[in-house]
Design a protein around this ligand. Structure first.
Ligand code: R5P
Length: 258
């Protein structure tokens, strides 16, 4: 693997344990001012010391994140729809690779929508982005987005994840499901799980615990952290589960609920 690509990946997935806690705050690219992210700078700055990387759009990066903060950036480079549309799958590439290089990012992220009417468009965009990324040594994280009508089960998610990996993604993000080992064991690159909609802290920690126990490289979690009543405690607890092997119960009792 190319040195630059490998070096950038090692900034996101920590080589000492091959795990990562990615903080996702890119929701605004189609959801607008998401609850908990109205004032990004004030809500996110206290969380940054506990995140291994930050996933966001260029608008928020440029305007709300201090350029002096040492945190690897995973830049959301797909978009084109909003929550006002029924079908969110009609995405294209929204940021050039030159711009990603200029912003000194460690990876770029794009969604694919397997089974949607825009399935092909997403896969071809992913392939093009990977070709561009390879020119500059920038890894691509493929987000396997799931339409409302699609089941989040191991059969579907392993299909989506494997297609992303076969297309050349360096990391794949997906949802946790029953029989998650099947998704992990058939994917040749690291998999991270999204947190999904806000749930009870214990449940989100349980999801993180089950995901890493099944072989995931970690989490790319957003709402369950920044919408928590105690977001700093929550991200510390997620870290303890992902990097230190605490169970969800231990992390909840000793860190989250302190
Ligand atoms: C969703 O479109 C974004 O890619 C989010 O980064 C992703 O869903 C993870 O955030 P959450 O944990 O809130 O689901």
């Amino acid at each position: 693997m190319d040195y630059g690509l490998k070096n950038r990946l090692s900034r996101i997935i920590k080589p000492n344990d091959n795990r990562t806690v990615m903080l996702a705050i890119d929701h605004g690219y189609f959801m607008g001012p998401t609850s908990g992210l109205e004032d990004v700078k004030n809500s996110i700055t206290p969380l940054l010391p506990y995140a291994d990387s930050l996933m966001l759009t260029r608008g928020i990066l440029r305007n709300q994140i201090d350029a002096g903060i040492d945190i690897p950036i995973v830049l959301r480079v797909s978009g084109g729809t909003s929550i006002l549309k029924d079908d969110l799958s009609d995405e294209d590439i929204t940021v050039s690779m030159e711009e990603a290089v200029r912003l000194n990012v460690s990876a770029v992220a794009l969604s694919i929508f397997i089974g949607s009417k825009n399935e092909k468009q997403g896969i071809i965009n992913l392939a093009r982005l990977i070709d561009e990324g390879n020119k500059f040594g920038i890894p691509v994280l493929a987000v396997t987005a799931v339409g409302r009508e699609m089941a989040r089960d191991a059969r579907y998610l392993s299909l989506a994840v494997r297609i992303a990996a076969e297309t050349g993604a360096s990391i794949v993000k997906t949802y946790y499901c029953e029989d998650f080992e099947k998704v992990i064991n058939t994917c040749p690159v690291p998999v991270v799980v999204a947190g999904g909609k806000k749930t009870a802290e214990r449940d989100a920690l349980e999801l993180a615990y089950n995901a890493v126990r099944s072989g995931a490289a970690g989490v790319d979690m957003g709402r369950n952290i920044f919408q928590s009543e105690k977001p700093v405690n929550m991200i510390k607890a997620v870290r303890a589960v992902v990097h230190e092997g605490l169970t969800a119960e231990e992390a909840y009792n000793t860190i989250c609920n302190k």
